[in-house]
Write a protein that binds this ligand. Structure first.
Ligand code: PLP
Length: 229
């Protein structure tokens, strides 16, 4: 078994342990930023069908080299309106929408022939200024705007907990995202995706109701240090 396949097996086991018998479906997004195309192929061979990338310039040639794979591509990086065209054309999902202007740019650039672009609104649950995302109390307003945009399909919310080792604090932050999700659903806006949980905190995220985890290093190993963000 390849190291990536072995890591995946361990991650899947930890996911099912965290679910504690709950049978809800979890989407595992293998975060392949800074990993070569061969690593993506190894993960695909081991059953991964969803992949996450954070840098448009790195992703475009990689997606082209892997266009033979049956896979869904998730853009999980920072969004700039000047990259909206490439993202809307090449990706299936975008997780970091936190402004109506960016959502509108993605909607405008989504090709007519493609299905709607799946979108998650990013909510800032850690309170860190440096992190993107709308304030939790602004999530409903933005959800209303995005849900009304054609060419986009609002799927849910995405959030990142602060990099603390305090498990209870992480759980509080994930729980706040779950609450924002429920508030929006209670308004009749259909959401099916709660995108939360990374290598260091996915068990807590799953315990708080995550339906989609985004996992990089626990599958592929450490990334080289060029990414600081
Ligand atoms: C890099 C990244 C991940 C994966 O992080 P790991 O700690 O390697 O699992 C998940 N989500 C986002 C938004 C990221 O930028």
């Amino acid at each position: 078994m390849s190291p990536i396949a072995a890591n995946l097996q361990a991650v899947r086991r930890r996911i099912s342990e965290a679910l504690q018998g709950d049978s809800r479906a979890i989407t595992l997004v293998a975060v392949s930023k800074s990993q070569p195309a061969d690593a993506v192929r190894a993960a695909h061979a081991a059953g991964c069908r969803d992949f996450g990338e954070s840098y448009v310039q790195e992703a475009l040639p990689k997606l082209a080299a892997l266009s033979d794979l049956q896979a869904a591509w998730h853009y999980i990086g920072h969004l700039q309106t000047n990259k909206a065209r490439d993202i809307a054309q090449r990706f299936d999902w975008v997780h970091g929408v936190d402004r109506a202007r960016v959502a509108a740019a993605l909607a405008k650039a989504r090709p007519e022939g493609a299905g709607p672009l799946n979108v998650c609104i990013q909510v800032n649950i850690s309170g860190e200024e440096s992190k993107g995302g709308v304030r939790p109390d602004h999530a409903l307003g933005l959800a209303r705007e995005v849900a009304a945009m054609s060419r986009l399909k609002l799927r849910g919310l995405m959030g990142m907990a602060s990099p603390t080792t305090d498990r209870d604090e992480r759980r509080r932050q994930f729980s706040a995202l779950r609450k924002a999700f429920e508030v929006i659903r209670a308004q009749g806006i259909e959401l099916d995706t709660l995108s939360m949980g990374m290598s260091d905190d996915f068990p807590e995220a799953l315990q708080e109701g995550s339906t989609m985890v985004r996992i990089g290093t626990a599958i592929f190993g450490a990334r080289d240090n060029k990414e600081a963000a």
